[in-house]
Design a protein around this ligand. Structure first.
Ligand SMILES: O=C(O)CCC(=O)C(=O)O
Length: 265
């Protein structure tokens, strides 16, 4: 059957309509779902592959300041595997370990991945403490989830004498991890947007370790004097944020987000 040009255009239009919500958010977030609109400023360098070599990364950023790298890897396949329907089909019956979303992750809770998605994957309630919010990030069972992680192409700039360890997570709009620090690494969002706040090791921010990043953003951040403003940037799929060793950082998921960190140690 021969299709006329007008029919082809019409069919493509229908495909676009059907594919957009699913492709854009992998089924994790519908346009009608709650999300945070304020992406803030980005006062961190954002560099494409053509703008920086490995040597320049080591000299200018690796040991001294964060940077966002854009378009360094192609994770199209990993992204498809992380759609809601595919992950649930593959891992729905598996157990995931959740952590409370406070600075010192005290409490761990095991639930099935299906139960996490159906019951706990919700926007952050403004009046709930981080220590009462359960967050799926890290503590991954690498044997059970290996087939997924095998498909992830991690950022190519590795620090000398380190190798990468993955932490994978999924969390609701408005959730995040309050300020803390550890070794260097990368953070990438597979679906959604994640806003990052960072301070150098010698500039500890004022925050309450049991309160959420959302409460810090709404109550503390607007009143910060200029000299206490953080470095910050919102990252989207296709971008990775690099944080150096011992930098303070906090995260805020603007949408329901799927994300993966690569810790370098
Ligand atoms: O992605 C997040 O929300 C938490 C990331 C984080 O704090 C980390 O990688 O150390």
């Amino acid at each position: 059957m021969e299709l006329k040009a007008a029919q082809v255009v019409f069919l493509c239009f229908l495909c676009g309509l059907k594919a957009d919500p699913e492709d854009g958010g992998g089924g994790w977030s519908l346009p009608s779902d709650f999300s945070l609109q304020d992406e803030g400023v980005c006062n961190i360098d954002v560099l494409d592959r053509s703008q920086i070599s490995y040597q320049e990364f080591i000299q200018r950023y690796a040991y001294s300041r964060p940077v966002v790298l854009r378009g360094f890897t192609d994770n199209t396949k990993f992204r498809l595997l992380c759609s809601k329907s595919t992950l649930l089909e593959e891992f729905g019956s598996r157990t995931v370990k959740l952590s409370t979303a406070n600075t010192f992750s005290y409490r761990k809770v095991d639930v099935s991945f299906q139960q996490y998605v159906d019951v706990l994957l919700r926007p952050q309630a403004a009046d709930t403490l981080g220590s009462e919010t359960l967050y799926f990030f890290g503590d991954n069972n690498f044997t059970e989830w290996q087939s997924l992680f095998d498909q992830y192409e991690s950022p190519p700039f590795v620090l000398p004498n380190t190798s990468g360890a993955f932490s994978f997570g999924i969390a609701g709009a408005g959730t995040g991890v309050p300020f803390h620090w550890h070794g260097p690494g990368y953070s990438e969002v597979v679906y959604g947007r994640k806003r990052w706040f960072l301070y150098p090791p010698d500039k500890e921010p004022h925050f309450h370790p049991n309160r959420t990043t959302l409460s810090w953003v709404t109550e503390t951040y607007p009143n910060l004097p200029e000299e206490e403003a953080p470095l910050e940037c919102t990252i989207r799929p296709g971008e990775v944020l690099y944080f150096p060793d011992r930098w303070w950082h906090a995260t805020l998921n603007l949408d329901t987000s799927v994300f993966i960190s690569t810790f370098l140690g």
